[in-house]
Each structure stands twice: as C-alpha cells, then as structure tokens.
Design a protein around this ligand. Sequence first.
Ligand code: DUC
Ligand code: ZN
Length: 457
Amino acid sequence: MKTLLKGASVISGEGARRADILIDGEKIAAVGVDLPTDGARVVDVSGKLLFPGFIDAHTHFDLDVCNTTTADDFETGSRAALRGGTTTVIDFACPNKGESLDYGLSLWHKKADGRTSCDYGFHMTIDDWNEGIAGELDAMFEAGISSFKMYMTYPAMMIGDGAMYEALRALKARGGICGVHCENSGVIDSLIAHKKAEGAMDPSSHPETRPDYLEAEAVSRLLRIAQAVDIPIIIVHLTNAAALAEVDAARARGQKVYVETCPQYLMLDDTVYYDADYSKAARFVCAPPIRKKADQEALWKGIANGRVQTISTDHCSFTLAQKDAGRGDFTKIPGGLPGVETRGEVVYTGGVGTGRISLGDFCRVMSENPAKLYGLYPRKGALAVGSDADIVVYDPEKGHTLRAADMVANVDYSPFEGFETTGSISQVWLRGQLCVEDGKVLVEKSGKYLERGLCTL
Ligand code: DUC
Ligand code: ZN
C-alpha cells in the first residue's frame, strides 16, 4: 500500500524545503517535488510542515517512586506520546540495587511489550557497580541497549564517584554512552534537614533545597570524571545557565558533552512553587526543580547556538491525589511532571513561534539529534528514502488551548494548562500507518521494540 503526502514543507535539521513524501509500507520510498501519484493514495497536506516523528528519549512509565507508581504506564504513556507527535520513546529500565541488569531489562519488556503505541527502546540504569553488573554489559549491547543512566542523587539509585568512574571506563571500552542526573546529593540532604528543623515544609522549600549551583557543581564534577575516563557524556535534564557554563568550560578543554533539557525548564519559572494553594504548587515538584526566567533564556540561546542538543520530557506523571502525599512534608511529594503529550506543541510555540529557534533547530532537538545520540539514525530522525515513515504533520496556522481534560495521559492536570499553542499537530504517522488525526488516537499498541546501535552524533 502506497501513500503520497502531497504539497507540504519537509523539515530536516537543515531547514525547510517544498517536497512530497511517498510512503511504501512502513518506509519512506521517495522524497521530492511533484512526485507522480502512480496509484498511491494521495493525502493533501498543503500548507503543513512535515517533521520526522519526534523522539522522547527521557520517559519514566510504570516506575515506582516514593512508595507509589507513576500514573502513566506504557499503555497510557505511549498513547499520550503518540498523540503528541512522539513516535519513539526511550524509557529507563531501572533495576533496584542488588538486582541484575538482565532482571531489569526483562521487567521493562514485561511492562512494555504488546502494550505500547509508539516504537520504544530502553536505556539501562546502573545504580550499583560490581563484577556481576560489569559482566552483564556485553549482553546489554547485544540486546540493543547502547545508552545507560547514572544518578548523582537519590540514595536508592545514586552511585559514588569512584563507581561512576569505573562504570564509565567499562562503557567506553564498548562505545557506550551514559546520561547522568546531576545534583549534589550530600548538600541537598543537609539543606532539607535544615528546612525541616525550621518547620518550612511547604513545596516552596523544594527549589530552595535544590539550588542551581548544586546542579552546576555536580555537572562540573561529572565532567571531570568523564575527563579522567576520556568519554563523551550526556547531561540529562539540564536546567540552568550556571550548569551550562560548566559544559562550555569542559567543551573548551576539548571534551565531548551532550546536553538535554526539558519543556518545563524552557517555559516555566520557579514562581510556580510559591502558590499558597498546596495542590497548585506541589504539581510542579520535580528534580532538578524549575528555575528562573533568565535560565529559560540561557537554555533557548543554547539551543539556537547548538550548545543544547536535545529536548526530552522526563515524563514522570502523578495524579493530584498522589501529589497530595506531601502535604505537610515537601520531601514526600512524588517528583515528576507529565509532558510527553504536549512537548511538540509547547516547544514549537515557545521556540519557533517566538522566533527564538528555527524550524531546523526544532527538528534537530526533537528528532534528528536524539536519533543520532541514541543509535537510531537514519531509521528514525529523518524524512529520507529508507527511513521509517514516522511523520508528524503540523499545521502552523491552527493553534489551540492545552487542557488536561482533552488529553489522554492518565493524569488529571497539565503543567501547561491554558497554554495557547502556535499551530498544532494534525496527523501522526507511525511506520506508514496514520495513527493520530485531529487529536484522536486511531491505532494503539502497534509499537515495536527498537534495538539500538552506537551514538553517531
Ligand atoms: N526527576 C523527577 O522529578 N522525577 C523522576 C526522575 C527525576 O530525575
Ligand atoms: Zn528522569
């Protein structure tokens, strides 16, 4: 079955060009001006922008956090992703300390296989370092896992500097790459203890105990550890100008560093934590926390001048009832925000819509760079002959208002409630199948597990 998407602008990291796209089965068969119909079904997409399906390389579906489980599992989270133009997610398989990587991988396959509506892969979390884990790395690469995650905070998951050095050495030997959550755990714990002693238990204590410079300190330390290993590194969910300056310094001494940020750090500021209504403030609790307006601008500039490579969501959703667990103790608020359903339209609006970034920049951070970074390019991240026909049809003229009530994620609020979008997603194609049209999800659970190769960015 052939389909011809006719009359749109096709976007790549280089910018826009007028072209039609011919889909044959699951793949793109041709891209060019005025392609012949040749018996294909013709879909008129004139006036629209065609992007390679968005890739969200940072989701947490069906994850146990803070004595509860995320509101979105693979079924609801991936359906929300697809509705928002995301045709590939890479979620974090997360064995507990003491469990094997193989156990973690099998568990994540059980959570995801047969239930996921977009294509998916897994990063593997390394929260322990010993001979057993080291001995499992080759099998992880054979299973298509080429990227890993380590934490510099959260006692249940963090790994010390020495262990991180050893783990990075082992990854380097295999061409692997690692994303790291950077926050200074020890000082944050002390700041929390002081707030508790003062009786300052509201959500506003959350950002005050996790300041930007303690993220920057961890970024700086991680980058020196990566320097000792001589390995490229990814800073996940980087939030602020001081942390980005540490990346600039490492790059100036010749290190390869990739930076990911998230829509909440680009679009929201820390005044959200000071609402007198507990429920309104608690819904924004995530780590690292949302920062200042000046940090937003630094991140947008970083995208425009190529210092920030990708925007993922860190989608880790909890209902307002789950967020209620922290009334009277901000440390008990489960940390994380929903965002997988809104990333495309929010980033388009805040970036392209305001002129802060170009269409090419948008395509790079949403699709092309994550595909290269995580070993999926050019199967994903490109509208090119032979690539999977994962296509977002974006209508730049038809804005709308974001409302949680209209969304399919399993969560009763959106951090972007009431946000007016510039343009909207009108269709989403996954491997040649029209899966979303005008906000309706037409096809579910047809996602495939992706075995990934090495980073090519
Ligand atoms: N931060 C959050 O807020 N939630 C999930 C994991 C993380 O790093
Ligand atoms: Zn995360």
